[in-house]
Design a protein around this ligand. Sequence first.
Ligand code: MG
Length: 272
Amino acid sequence: MKHIVIVVDFDGTLTNRYVNLNGKNVEVPALIAVLRENFDILGSEYATEAHKLYNYYRPIEKDPNISEWEKAAKMEEWRRKHYLLLKEAGLTYDMLKKVAHDSRVVLRRWTKEFLDFAKQNGIPVVIFSSSWVGTAAIRMVLERYGIRLEDYPNLKIVSNVLRFDKRGYFVGADEPIIYGGDKSLNNLRQKLPEIDKILKDAKALVVIGDNLGDRKMAEGFNGEVLGICFAANEMRQDCAKAFEVILSQEDGNFEDVIKIIKDKLKELLDKS
Ligand SMILES: [Mg+2]
């Protein structure tokens, strides 16, 4: 009997938002920002152009006065321009490896144990990420921690899929392109049609994220929803309105998540 399905965000959720480097607490950029900030990977010309796009589109993304619809169109435009830029700059598959191995990209404590726990209990887990560098880079980060997809039949990664030619050069991303404000169950379905089969008969859907938009991953699910958010201090109040459980962005980890899900599982079993 299937009781719980988990949908979890990647950047800032499975990965730490802060890491200690040389005694300093530094904020970890999303995977794409690692690419944008590290001139050694794609060169300074790419970085300059990428920053120009960032400086124009990022304020639009954050502006609460712009309608969802208008924002969606702009965010899509941003992605397309950026993907074109990555293609022109000569992004290769090997460069993604450098991004995935950046020392600032660190999984939250207990992530592997969490995935092991889900596997042992037959709980499906979908990593749903709007990451620009997509499934391949996410898989590479997980592999650094000994998490190999082939060992986790219950685990799926849904994100942007980047295509490379035979020589390893980036040629474009699969449609539809996912962006951050766009993470509804409906959009997940477009990338993973079997989600309906996965969710069928599930009593509860657990969504885990690090910002408000991640709660949308449960939109359209008819059963019970348990939202868990690794919220930054300044977002805590807002997130508490949308999510059922708030954990610390800075040092929250998946040991807490395992406990919460164990309790939920017990509650559902007692009821049935
Ligand atoms: Mg995130």
